[in-house]
Design a protein around this ligand. Structure first.
Ligand code: SF4
Ligand code: SF4
Ligand code: SF4
Length: 696
């Protein structure tokens, strides 16, 4: 079920882009990681919208039964197939009523799980009703009970997660304690393929199968297009049985492996901090679940019709009996009443409540309850995992993250591969800073391309090699396409949030990164592709120009190639600080004094021409000069605003252009033409032009 703790997603920033989503599947104990699907971008943005909506029950999870034909070593919920509770499960008629009531109140998505949901003889009818009455669904199953008929039903578009507990019959059946379960699961996969129903293989790593985990991955790859890794750690049983808990504990992986399997994503977590409470990370001073309940738009229903706000809450006093009440009453009265049910104790304050590792820890009081039957205690195993998490993050900060500042914008660069001193060309050293700034954007490099087959990329807005650009629910997807006709291969995929402040870049190869000396942070041919987009929102733009700081005056020499920009930089060397000889950034400055007209600043960039001198510095813009090579040195003032605008626009660097980008940039150019003294500068190669500039 969706859970904000494990759902590392959500998003802090309204416009954040997040392409890794996790969800808890209560029965199969999996933390599902969906790696870059475009649908996720939609879901991501959808989440943002959801969190801005009034408190409505938008997403439901339902466990159809806790019976299961398997009897897994790590299972926290399963009851035997012949258990007496089976008789008290909700009937199909009752489920229909609940689904109808939930739908009336806004429910648009269901997650179906168990036990093994297909263990119910009426599974097909329930599935048809649930999925027919919701906009989307997900289902978790062990796959062993899939029949050709069920496989056909599962063709309905939704997320189908099929658990895999081993790469071999022996190991798989040892985990499930159900001889023949491996073959049955393989048969299930086959039926799904024959029916053309898409699915995701869900690998469940644990002590007894970890030795063949790589083989499990290989098997998953051979079974279908998508796989994901389930929860890297196990919580204890719902029933609290000692033997059962001991069996679960035996399957827990060492903390280091847990972190290796579920590596923290720092930039995501940081962005989360700004917008949403992470699941389990927020409690108020007095009550443990008040923040969680206030923020949630989903609910959980167990097989017996008991409803509450979280699938992990098993204490019956936290559950509302829908058979003796209404969905609406539960949602509007009962669940809110739970906000003050569990008081924070001194024990909690002493441990998790004041813990320095809190932000590195996966704890939620519900796990403490499963561990100790006490919501307020800490979980030692999670303390050990938190320590490893912390170490991982420290290493990440040091070796996988760098910051560069350009035009008062800090670019945080992260990479799955370590960033070394020689990764980026030495010129970037001048722009490197120690940490984030007031205005920070972030990019993250990955080194394999996600599988986009079957993914909805949204509407295509642009196609001309090397890029095809799509917009999907506000986010931008850039595909690096080949110029060769008929060649459909992609060399790069990038996804940006709507305002381009967060991006993930998927590179097809890692060689260039490892070799080092890179000339752009994005690994695109030029960082302008990203920065020119970002600048428009900050009253800035890139111009084909050389910029210098000449005795405290920012002078901008504008012109296309061969206009003499590098020549000008060479002639002024030693007399002025060269900011860049080929590409400069101009930004309008906010004036503290409202009576004063706003001014402009020019900023050096790392995109130089023949003259390699660059600078991260800036200077107040005093004059714009349109270069003309000549046999004389002469400066001619330009008064015609239209003429100035035309000249500036012809040297404006345009990224992928959208209407809003144009609107903002045109206003900026218009102001520059109006407020900055502009000239035509004719110059010869003697260098005497410096005298003219000195007098400006
Ligand atoms: S397949 Fe295993 S983990 Fe899933 S419900 Fe059955 S026993 Fe539990
Ligand atoms: S109780 Fe904990 S795990 Fe459950 S939804 Fe709330 S924060 Fe998440
Ligand atoms: S479980 Fe341990 S590490 Fe986690 S917050 Fe509590 S005391 Fe800290």
């Amino acid at each position: 079920m969706p859970c904000r703790k494990t759902e590392k997603r959500g998003q802090k920033r309204k416009n954040g882009v997040r392409f890794i989503f996790y969800r808890i599947d209560s029965a199969h104990r999996t933390l599902k990681k969906e790696f870059f699907t475009i649908n996720m971008a939609q879901e991501y943005l959808g989440k943002s919208k959801i969190n801005n909506l009034p408190r409505l029950p938008l997403e439901g999870s339902i466990d159809l039964t806790y019976c299961c034909n398997n009897n897994c070593q790590h299972c926290w919920l399963r009851i035997p197939p012949d258990s007496s509770e089976k008789k008290t499960e909700l009937t199909f008629t009752r489920i229909r009523k609940i689904v109808d009531e939930a739908r009336q109140m806004g429910c648009r998505r269901w997650s179906i799980s168990g036990g093994e949901p297909m263990f119910r003889p009426d599974f097909a009818e329930i599935f048809e009703y649930l999925t027919g009455n919701s906009a989307s669904y997900s289902i978790n199953t062990n796959g062993t009970l899939i029949t050709p008929k069920i496989a056909k039903l599962l063709k309905r578009k939704g997320n189908k997660m099929i658990a895999l507990y081993g790469a071999t019959k022996d190991v798989h059946d040892h985990i499930t304690r159900n001889p023949g379960s491996f073959e049955a699961a393989m048969r299930g996969f086959r039926y799904l393929k024959e029916a053309g129903a898409g699915f995701t293989v869900q690998l469940i790593p644990m002590k007894d199968n970890y030795h063949e985990f790589k083989d499990m991955i290989r098997l998953a790859e051979s079974l279908g297009k998508h796989y994901r890794v389930g929860a890297a750690w196990f919580y204890l049983s719902a029933c609290g049985d000692k033997e059962r808990n001991a069996a679960i504990k035996r399957q827990r992986l060492p903390p280091k492996e847990v972190v290796e399997l579920d590596k923290p994503d720092l930039s995501y977590e940081e962005s989360m901090k700004e917008q949403y409470n992470q699941c389990g990370k927020e409690t108020n001073d007095k009550y443990l679940f008040s923040s969680c309940i206030a923020g949630r738009r989903d609910f959980h229903i167990d097989p017996y019709g008991k409803m509450t706000f979280c699938c992990f809450i098993k204490d019956s006093s936290f559950r509302y009996d829908l058979r003796n009440g209404s969905f609406q009453d539960c949602w509007e009265n009962f669940i809110p009443s739970l906000t003050t049910k569990v008081k924070v104790t001194e024990e909690y304050k002493k441990n998790c409540g004041s813990c320095k590792l809190r932000k590195d820890c996966r704890i939620c009081p519900v796990y403490a309850y499963l561990e100790h039957r006490d919501f307020n205690q800490k979980v030692e195993y999670l303390c050990a995992v938190a320590k490893e998490n912390h170490k991982f993050k420290e290493n990440w900060q040091k070796n996988h993250r760098r910051y560069f500042k350009i035009a008062d914008i800090t670019v945080q660069v992260e990479s799955d591969l370590p960033i070394k001193d020689n990764t980026f060309h030495p010129k970037f050293k001048l722009f490197e800073v120690d940490g984030p700034g007031e205005d920070t954007i972030s990019i993250r490099h990955h080194f394999s391309l996600p599988d986009l087959s079957g993914k909805d990329l949204g509407r295509e807005h642009y196609r001309k090699p090397p890029w095809a650009i799509y917009k999907n629910n506000g986010s931008w997807v850039y595909l690096g396409i080949s110029p060769t006709l008929g060649d459909k291969s992609l060399h790069r995929i990038a996804a940006f949030n709507p305002d381009y402040t967060r991006g993930r870049i998927y590179n097809d190869k890692e060689e260039a990164f490892i070799k080092g000396g890179l000339h752009s942070l994005t690994l695109f041919p030029s960082d302008q592709i990203l920065l020119a987009r970002v600048l428009a929102d900050r009253q800035g733009c890139y111009l084909h120009s050389c910029g210098v700081n000449f005795q405290g005056k920012g002078l901008l020499f504008v012109g296309h190639s061969e206009a003499g920009k590098s020549t000008m930089a060479t002639m002024l060397k030693g007399q002025a600080e060269i900011l860049c000889d080929d590409r400069m950034i101009v930004r309008r400055q906010k004036s503290e004094d409202r009576s004063q007209k706003t001014g402009f600043k020019i900023y050096g960039t790392w995109s130089h021409g023949d003259v390699p001198d660059v600078s991260a510095n800036s200077a107040p813009l005093r004059a714009i000069m349109f270069l003309e090579k000549a046999d004389e040195d002469r400066i001619i003032p330009l008064e015609d605003k239209k003429e100035i605008t035309k000249r500036l626009l012809s040297c404006l660097i345009k990224p992928f252009v959208t209407a809003d980008w144009w609107d903002k940039t045109l206003v900026l150019i218009d102001k520059m033409a109006e407020r900055v003294p502009c000239y035509v500068l004719r110059f010869d190669k003697t260098g005497a032009v410096a005298d003219i500039l000195r007098k400006l």
